[in-house]
Design a binder for this molecule. Structure first.
Ligand SMILES: C[C@H](O)[C@H](O)[C@H]1CNC2=NC(N)=NC(=O)C2=N1
Length: 96
């Protein structure tokens, strides 16, 4: 998969206001009511990652989840990272 250039990434990020681009990766931070809600979202994200075959670098402290996504093979951000970021947004903030 081909690495996207900075302008393309910035343009695509307009659709994903919770995400930033720096250090060759997409980054987001989500805060939940408590640890249980956070870990529940992480479980659902984990299943989605398995089905997409793409996985985040992430960390959790109590109710906060920090996520970075990059495509290691491409050395930067690709469409695959955007696909996962959108899937994560849908899990964390489902539209009603
Ligand atoms: C073989 C396997 O598809 C690769 O190692 C995948 C797995 N998940 C991955 N996830 C992410 N975020 N970046 C990758 O480059 C990546 N590579």
């Amino acid at each position: 998969m081909k690495q996207l250039d900075k302008d393309t990434i910035e343009a695509k990020l307009l659709q994903l206001p919770d995400w930033d681009y720096f250090d060759n990766a997409l980054h987001a931070e989500f805060e939940f009511e408590n640890f249980k809600d956070c870990f529940s979202a992480m479980s659902r994200i984990a299943f989605e990652c398995e089905s997409l075959g793409h996985h985040p670098d992430w960390s959790n402290v109590y109710n906060v989840l920090k996520i970075s996504i990059t495509t290691h093979d491409a050395g930067g951000v690709t469409d695959k990272d955007f696909e996962l970021a959108k899937a994560i947004d849908f899990i964390v903030e489902p539209e009603d």
